[in-house]
Ligand binder design. Structure first.
Ligand code: FAQ
Length: 328
Protein backbone atom coordinates (compact mmCIF):
# COMPACT_ATOMS: atom_id res chain seq x y z
CA UNK A 1 0.00 0.00 0.00
CA UNK A 2 2.58 2.52 -1.18
CA UNK A 3 0.29 5.61 -1.16
CA UNK A 4 -0.75 5.03 2.47
CA UNK A 5 0.14 7.84 4.89
CA UNK A 6 1.98 6.71 8.01
CA UNK A 7 0.84 6.83 11.64
CA UNK A 8 1.83 9.89 13.64
CA UNK A 9 0.87 12.31 10.83
CA UNK A 10 -1.12 15.21 12.31
CA UNK A 11 -3.13 16.54 9.38
CA UNK A 12 -5.16 19.75 9.16
CA UNK A 13 -8.91 19.47 8.47
CA UNK A 14 -8.61 19.34 4.68
CA UNK A 15 -5.75 16.86 4.77
CA UNK A 16 -7.65 14.75 7.31
CA UNK A 17 -10.64 14.49 4.96
CA UNK A 18 -8.34 13.46 2.10
CA UNK A 19 -6.58 10.90 4.30
CA UNK A 20 -9.88 9.46 5.40
CA UNK A 21 -11.16 9.25 1.83
CA UNK A 22 -7.94 7.47 0.76
CA UNK A 23 -8.24 5.13 3.74
CA UNK A 24 -11.88 4.30 2.94
CA UNK A 25 -11.02 3.61 -0.70
CA UNK A 26 -8.11 1.39 0.33
CA UNK A 27 -10.17 -0.79 2.66
CA UNK A 28 -13.10 -0.86 0.22
CA UNK A 29 -10.68 -2.39 -2.31
CA UNK A 30 -9.81 -5.07 0.29
CA UNK A 31 -6.46 -3.46 1.08
CA UNK A 32 -4.81 -4.34 4.37
CA UNK A 33 -4.00 -1.81 7.08
CA UNK A 34 -0.77 -2.27 9.03
CA UNK A 35 0.22 -0.80 12.43
CA UNK A 36 2.38 2.04 11.03
CA UNK A 37 -0.24 3.18 8.51
CA UNK A 38 -2.40 6.22 9.10
CA UNK A 39 -5.88 5.22 10.26
CA UNK A 40 -8.93 7.10 11.53
CA UNK A 41 -8.98 7.28 15.32
CA UNK A 42 -12.44 5.66 15.40
CA UNK A 43 -11.11 2.69 13.37
CA UNK A 44 -8.26 2.24 15.86
CA UNK A 45 -10.66 2.44 18.81
CA UNK A 46 -13.12 -0.01 17.27
CA UNK A 47 -10.34 -2.51 16.71
CA UNK A 48 -9.00 -2.13 20.24
CA UNK A 49 -12.55 -2.70 21.55
CA UNK A 50 -13.18 -5.79 19.44
CA UNK A 51 -9.73 -7.40 19.62
CA UNK A 52 -9.38 -6.89 23.37
CA UNK A 53 -12.91 -8.24 23.92
CA UNK A 54 -11.95 -11.21 21.81
CA UNK A 55 -8.70 -11.74 23.78
CA UNK A 56 -10.55 -11.49 27.10
CA UNK A 57 -13.05 -14.10 25.85
CA UNK A 58 -10.26 -16.56 25.07
CA UNK A 59 -8.70 -16.08 28.49
CA UNK A 60 -11.95 -16.12 30.50
CA UNK A 61 -13.03 -19.07 28.32
CA UNK A 62 -10.30 -21.14 29.97
CA UNK A 63 -12.26 -21.18 33.23
CA UNK A 64 -15.37 -23.23 32.35
CA UNK A 65 -13.22 -25.89 30.67
CA UNK A 66 -10.45 -25.70 33.27
CA UNK A 67 -13.13 -26.71 35.76
CA UNK A 68 -13.04 -30.27 34.31
CA UNK A 69 -9.30 -30.88 33.87
CA UNK A 70 -8.96 -32.74 37.17
CA UNK A 71 -12.22 -34.62 36.59
CA UNK A 72 -11.83 -35.69 32.95
CA UNK A 73 -12.95 -39.32 32.64
CA UNK A 74 -9.61 -40.72 31.39
CA UNK A 75 -5.94 -39.79 31.10
CA UNK A 76 -6.38 -39.30 27.34
CA UNK A 77 -9.33 -36.93 27.84
CA UNK A 78 -7.37 -35.05 30.51
CA UNK A 79 -4.32 -34.58 28.27
CA UNK A 80 -6.45 -33.40 25.34
CA UNK A 81 -8.44 -30.97 27.50
CA UNK A 82 -5.27 -29.59 29.07
CA UNK A 83 -3.84 -28.97 25.59
CA UNK A 84 -7.05 -27.25 24.49
CA UNK A 85 -7.13 -24.94 27.50
CA UNK A 86 -3.46 -24.07 26.89
CA UNK A 87 -4.36 -23.25 23.28
CA UNK A 88 -6.97 -20.77 24.50
CA UNK A 89 -4.28 -19.02 26.57
CA UNK A 90 -2.14 -18.85 23.42
CA UNK A 91 -5.06 -17.36 21.45
CA UNK A 92 -5.43 -14.71 24.14
CA UNK A 93 -1.74 -13.96 23.79
CA UNK A 94 -1.82 -13.56 19.97
CA UNK A 95 -4.85 -11.32 20.29
CA UNK A 96 -3.44 -9.12 23.07
CA UNK A 97 -0.29 -8.79 20.96
CA UNK A 98 -2.40 -7.76 17.91
CA UNK A 99 -4.21 -5.15 20.03
CA UNK A 100 -0.89 -3.84 21.40
CA UNK A 101 0.12 -2.90 17.84
CA UNK A 102 -2.67 -0.28 18.06
CA UNK A 103 -0.97 1.50 20.96
CA UNK A 104 -2.73 0.02 23.99
CA UNK A 105 -0.82 -1.93 26.63
CA UNK A 106 -1.70 -5.35 27.92
CA UNK A 107 -1.96 -3.96 31.46
CA UNK A 108 -4.48 -1.35 30.33
CA UNK A 109 -6.60 -4.02 28.63
CA UNK A 110 -6.43 -6.33 31.63
CA UNK A 111 -7.39 -3.52 34.02
CA UNK A 112 -10.38 -2.69 31.82
CA UNK A 113 -11.55 -6.31 32.02
CA UNK A 114 -11.11 -6.63 35.75
CA UNK A 115 -12.73 -3.26 36.45
CA UNK A 116 -15.75 -4.17 34.30
CA UNK A 117 -15.04 -1.59 31.56
CA UNK A 118 -14.40 -4.20 28.85
CA UNK A 119 -16.68 -7.01 27.76
CA UNK A 120 -15.99 -10.66 27.03
CA UNK A 121 -18.22 -13.21 25.36
CA UNK A 122 -21.55 -13.87 27.08
CA UNK A 123 -21.11 -17.61 26.50
CA UNK A 124 -18.49 -17.99 29.21
CA UNK A 125 -20.87 -16.92 31.96
CA UNK A 126 -22.67 -20.26 31.97
CA UNK A 127 -21.52 -23.07 34.28
CA UNK A 128 -20.05 -26.42 33.19
CA UNK A 129 -22.11 -28.81 35.30
CA UNK A 130 -21.22 -32.18 33.74
CA UNK A 131 -18.54 -33.72 31.53
CA UNK A 132 -20.95 -33.44 28.57
CA UNK A 133 -20.67 -29.66 28.88
CA UNK A 134 -17.03 -29.99 27.80
CA UNK A 135 -18.22 -31.82 24.69
CA UNK A 136 -20.90 -29.17 24.09
CA UNK A 137 -18.40 -26.31 24.43
CA UNK A 138 -15.94 -27.91 22.01
CA UNK A 139 -18.60 -28.85 19.48
CA UNK A 140 -20.99 -25.88 19.69
CA UNK A 141 -18.97 -22.96 21.08
CA UNK A 142 -15.88 -23.70 19.01
CA UNK A 143 -18.04 -24.23 15.89
CA UNK A 144 -19.62 -20.84 16.49
CA UNK A 145 -16.21 -19.28 17.11
CA UNK A 146 -14.90 -20.76 13.83
CA UNK A 147 -17.87 -19.47 11.78
CA UNK A 148 -17.27 -15.99 13.21
CA UNK A 149 -13.48 -16.12 12.95
CA UNK A 150 -13.31 -17.44 9.38
CA UNK A 151 -14.90 -14.16 8.33
CA UNK A 152 -12.40 -12.28 10.51
CA UNK A 153 -9.46 -13.91 8.64
CA UNK A 154 -10.28 -11.34 5.94
CA UNK A 155 -10.41 -8.40 8.37
CA UNK A 156 -8.81 -5.23 7.00
CA UNK A 157 -6.41 -4.94 9.95
CA UNK A 158 -3.40 -7.14 9.08
CA UNK A 159 -2.25 -8.25 12.57
CA UNK A 160 -5.81 -9.29 13.56
CA UNK A 161 -6.45 -11.13 10.27
CA UNK A 162 -3.15 -13.03 10.56
CA UNK A 163 -3.82 -14.00 14.19
CA UNK A 164 -7.22 -15.32 13.10
CA UNK A 165 -5.75 -17.64 10.46
CA UNK A 166 -3.63 -19.40 13.04
CA UNK A 167 -6.39 -19.45 15.65
CA UNK A 168 -8.91 -20.98 13.22
CA UNK A 169 -6.57 -23.90 12.49
CA UNK A 170 -6.36 -24.67 16.20
CA UNK A 171 -10.10 -24.17 16.73
CA UNK A 172 -10.92 -26.86 14.15
CA UNK A 173 -9.06 -29.36 16.31
CA UNK A 174 -11.04 -28.09 19.32
CA UNK A 175 -14.32 -28.50 17.47
CA UNK A 176 -13.49 -32.08 16.55
CA UNK A 177 -12.52 -33.04 20.09
CA UNK A 178 -15.88 -31.66 21.30
CA UNK A 179 -17.82 -33.55 18.64
CA UNK A 180 -15.91 -36.72 19.49
CA UNK A 181 -16.81 -36.39 23.20
CA UNK A 182 -20.48 -35.94 22.22
CA UNK A 183 -20.28 -38.93 19.84
CA UNK A 184 -18.90 -41.16 22.62
CA UNK A 185 -21.66 -40.05 25.00
CA UNK A 186 -24.41 -40.43 22.39
CA UNK A 187 -23.24 -43.95 21.54
CA UNK A 188 -22.87 -44.86 25.22
CA UNK A 189 -25.34 -45.82 27.96
CA UNK A 190 -28.79 -44.27 28.33
CA UNK A 191 -27.47 -42.14 31.15
CA UNK A 192 -24.61 -40.83 29.00
CA UNK A 193 -26.98 -40.00 26.16
CA UNK A 194 -29.26 -38.12 28.58
CA UNK A 195 -26.23 -36.21 29.86
CA UNK A 196 -25.38 -35.18 26.28
CA UNK A 197 -28.97 -34.08 25.63
CA UNK A 198 -29.04 -32.09 28.87
CA UNK A 199 -25.85 -30.25 27.81
CA UNK A 200 -27.41 -29.59 24.40
CA UNK A 201 -30.54 -28.20 26.08
CA UNK A 202 -28.54 -25.79 28.22
CA UNK A 203 -25.94 -24.62 25.66
CA UNK A 204 -27.94 -24.29 22.43
CA UNK A 205 -29.57 -20.90 23.01
CA UNK A 206 -26.56 -19.22 24.67
CA UNK A 207 -24.48 -20.30 21.63
CA UNK A 208 -27.09 -18.93 19.21
CA UNK A 209 -26.94 -15.63 21.14
CA UNK A 210 -23.15 -15.55 21.13
CA UNK A 211 -23.09 -14.00 17.61
CA UNK A 212 -24.34 -10.77 19.14
CA UNK A 213 -27.58 -8.77 18.90
CA UNK A 214 -29.73 -8.96 15.75
CA UNK A 215 -28.52 -6.79 12.86
CA UNK A 216 -31.29 -4.25 13.45
CA UNK A 217 -30.00 -3.74 17.00
CA UNK A 218 -26.24 -3.96 16.39
CA UNK A 219 -24.85 -0.42 16.76
CA UNK A 220 -21.30 -1.24 15.61
CA UNK A 221 -22.03 -3.42 12.57
CA UNK A 222 -22.63 -0.86 9.82
CA UNK A 223 -19.36 1.00 10.37
CA UNK A 224 -17.36 -2.17 11.04
CA UNK A 225 -18.62 -3.67 7.78
CA UNK A 226 -17.79 -0.50 5.88
CA UNK A 227 -14.26 -0.69 7.25
CA UNK A 228 -14.13 -4.42 6.43
CA UNK A 229 -13.39 -5.32 10.01
CA UNK A 230 -16.52 -7.45 9.83
CA UNK A 231 -17.30 -9.12 6.50
CA UNK A 232 -20.55 -10.73 7.60
CA UNK A 233 -23.31 -9.48 9.86
CA UNK A 234 -24.24 -11.05 13.21
CA UNK A 235 -27.43 -12.59 11.75
CA UNK A 236 -25.65 -13.96 8.65
CA UNK A 237 -23.07 -15.71 10.85
CA UNK A 238 -25.74 -16.99 13.24
CA UNK A 239 -27.66 -18.46 10.29
CA UNK A 240 -24.53 -20.12 8.86
CA UNK A 241 -23.84 -21.73 12.24
CA UNK A 242 -27.42 -23.03 12.58
CA UNK A 243 -27.47 -24.42 9.04
CA UNK A 244 -24.24 -26.34 9.54
CA UNK A 245 -25.03 -27.56 13.07
CA UNK A 246 -28.56 -28.96 12.68
CA UNK A 247 -27.40 -31.92 10.50
CA UNK A 248 -24.57 -32.60 13.00
CA UNK A 249 -27.09 -32.78 15.86
CA UNK A 250 -29.20 -35.16 13.77
CA UNK A 251 -26.16 -37.35 13.21
CA UNK A 252 -25.57 -37.47 16.98
CA UNK A 253 -29.27 -38.21 17.58
CA UNK A 254 -29.65 -35.09 19.75
CA UNK A 255 -32.78 -32.95 19.70
CA UNK A 256 -32.39 -29.20 19.33
CA UNK A 257 -34.41 -27.47 22.07
CA UNK A 258 -36.41 -25.30 19.67
CA UNK A 259 -39.92 -26.45 18.68
CA UNK A 260 -40.00 -23.82 15.90
CA UNK A 261 -36.83 -25.02 14.19
CA UNK A 262 -37.62 -26.08 10.63
CA UNK A 263 -36.09 -26.10 7.17
CA UNK A 264 -37.37 -23.26 5.00
CA UNK A 265 -37.24 -24.46 1.41
CA UNK A 266 -37.84 -20.99 -0.06
CA UNK A 267 -35.01 -19.37 1.91
CA UNK A 268 -32.70 -22.36 1.73
CA UNK A 269 -32.05 -21.98 5.47
CA UNK A 270 -33.40 -23.18 8.80
CA UNK A 271 -35.93 -20.96 10.55
CA UNK A 272 -35.64 -20.78 14.32
CA UNK A 273 -37.85 -19.70 17.22
CA UNK A 274 -37.61 -16.41 19.04
CA UNK A 275 -34.32 -15.62 20.78
CA UNK A 276 -34.56 -14.42 24.38
CA UNK A 277 -32.61 -11.19 23.96
CA UNK A 278 -33.46 -10.12 27.48
CA UNK A 279 -31.40 -13.01 28.78
CA UNK A 280 -28.53 -12.08 26.46
CA UNK A 281 -28.40 -8.42 27.57
CA UNK A 282 -28.78 -9.45 31.19
CA UNK A 283 -25.68 -11.66 30.90
CA UNK A 284 -23.75 -8.96 29.00
CA UNK A 285 -24.62 -6.46 31.74
CA UNK A 286 -22.90 -8.74 34.26
CA UNK A 287 -25.87 -10.58 35.73
CA UNK A 288 -25.25 -14.04 34.30
CA UNK A 289 -24.79 -17.12 36.46
CA UNK A 290 -20.99 -16.91 36.55
CA UNK A 291 -19.98 -13.29 35.70
CA UNK A 292 -18.86 -12.44 39.20
CA UNK A 293 -16.91 -15.66 39.69
CA UNK A 294 -15.18 -15.37 36.29
CA UNK A 295 -13.86 -11.87 37.00
CA UNK A 296 -12.93 -12.68 40.58
CA UNK A 297 -10.87 -15.70 39.43
CA UNK A 298 -9.18 -13.58 36.76
CA UNK A 299 -8.33 -10.91 39.32
CA UNK A 300 -6.91 -13.53 41.72
CA UNK A 301 -4.86 -15.15 38.92
CA UNK A 302 -3.38 -11.78 38.00
CA UNK A 303 -2.59 -10.82 41.60
CA UNK A 304 -1.15 -14.21 42.48
CA UNK A 305 0.94 -14.25 39.29
CA UNK A 306 2.50 -10.81 39.72
CA UNK A 307 5.60 -12.22 41.41
CA UNK A 308 6.21 -14.45 38.34
CA UNK A 309 6.20 -11.38 36.08
CA UNK A 310 8.47 -9.51 38.49
CA UNK A 311 10.85 -12.48 38.64
CA UNK A 312 10.91 -12.83 34.81
CA UNK A 313 11.61 -9.09 34.37
CA UNK A 314 14.37 -9.17 37.02
CA UNK A 315 15.92 -12.23 35.36
CA UNK A 316 15.82 -10.52 31.93
CA UNK A 317 17.50 -7.44 33.39
CA UNK A 318 20.19 -9.61 35.02
CA UNK A 319 20.92 -11.30 31.66
CA UNK A 320 21.15 -7.96 29.85
CA UNK A 321 23.49 -6.56 32.55
CA UNK A 322 25.75 -9.63 32.20
CA UNK A 323 25.88 -9.19 28.39
CA UNK A 324 26.74 -5.51 28.80
CA UNK A 325 29.57 -6.40 31.23
CA UNK A 326 30.91 -9.07 28.86
CA UNK A 327 30.79 -6.67 25.89
CA UNK A 328 32.62 -3.89 27.82
N1 FAQ B 1 -21.01 -11.24 24.47
O1 FAQ B 1 -22.80 -3.80 17.73
P1 FAQ B 1 -22.52 -5.20 18.10
C1 FAQ B 1 -14.25 -18.21 21.53
C2 FAQ B 1 -21.62 -6.54 22.61
S1 FAQ B 1 -13.99 -16.59 21.24
C3 FAQ B 1 -20.78 -10.05 25.08
O2 FAQ B 1 -23.07 -6.28 17.25
P2 FAQ B 1 -19.79 -5.90 17.31
C4 FAQ B 1 -13.09 -19.15 21.51
C5 FAQ B 1 -20.65 -5.80 21.71
O3 FAQ B 1 -19.33 -5.88 22.19
C6 FAQ B 1 -15.57 -15.81 21.49
N2 FAQ B 1 -20.97 -8.87 24.44
O4 FAQ B 1 -20.93 -5.39 18.32
C7 FAQ B 1 -13.21 -20.12 22.60
C8 FAQ B 1 -21.21 -4.40 21.76
O5 FAQ B 1 -20.85 -3.74 22.96
P3 FAQ B 1 -19.74 -2.55 23.02
C9 FAQ B 1 -15.45 -14.37 21.31
C10 FAQ B 1 -21.39 -8.93 23.16
O6 FAQ B 1 -18.50 -5.78 17.99
C11 FAQ B 1 -14.01 -21.25 22.46
C12 FAQ B 1 -22.72 -4.63 21.86
O7 FAQ B 1 -22.88 -5.96 22.33
N3 FAQ B 1 -15.35 -14.04 19.93
O8 FAQ B 1 -15.36 -18.50 21.74
C13 FAQ B 1 -21.61 -10.14 22.49
O9 FAQ B 1 -19.96 -5.23 15.98
C14 FAQ B 1 -14.11 -22.19 23.50
C15 FAQ B 1 -23.41 -4.46 20.54
O10 FAQ B 1 -23.01 -5.48 19.60
C16 FAQ B 1 -15.15 -12.78 19.53
O11 FAQ B 1 -15.02 -11.88 20.34
C17 FAQ B 1 -21.42 -11.33 23.20
N4 FAQ B 1 -21.63 -12.55 22.67
O12 FAQ B 1 -20.15 -7.43 17.07
C18 FAQ B 1 -12.50 -19.92 23.78
C19 FAQ B 1 -15.05 -12.57 18.05
N5 FAQ B 1 -22.03 -9.85 21.24
O13 FAQ B 1 -18.42 -3.22 22.77
C20 FAQ B 1 -12.60 -20.85 24.82
C21 FAQ B 1 -14.69 -11.17 17.70
C22 FAQ B 1 -22.05 -8.50 21.13
O14 FAQ B 1 -20.10 -1.60 21.91
C23 FAQ B 1 -13.41 -22.00 24.67
N6 FAQ B 1 -15.79 -10.26 17.90
N7 FAQ B 1 -21.68 -7.96 22.29
O15 FAQ B 1 -19.86 -2.00 24.40
C24 FAQ B 1 -16.76 -10.05 17.01
O16 FAQ B 1 -16.83 -10.67 15.96
C25 FAQ B 1 -17.78 -8.97 17.32
O17 FAQ B 1 -17.27 -8.15 18.34
C26 FAQ B 1 -19.16 -9.55 17.76
C27 FAQ B 1 -20.07 -8.36 18.13
C28 FAQ B 1 -19.80 -10.31 16.61
C29 FAQ B 1 -19.01 -10.46 18.98
Amino acid sequence: MSEKPVAGTVPDEKEAAALEAAFDAHVAANGKVEPRDWMPEAYRKTLIRQISQHAHSEVIGMQPEGNWITRAPSLRRKAVLLAKVQDEAGHGLYLYAAAETLGVSRDEMEDALIEGRAKYSSIFNYPTLTWADIGAIGWLVDSAAIVNQLALCRCSYGPYARAMIRICKEESFHQRQGFEIMMALCNGSGEQKRMAQDAMDRWWWPVVMMFGPPDANSPNSAQSMKWRIKHKSNDELRQAFIDQTVPQAEKLGLAIPDPDLKWNEARGHYDIGEIDWEEFFNVVRGNGQCNEQRIERRRAARDEGLWVCDAALAYGEKQRARKRREAA
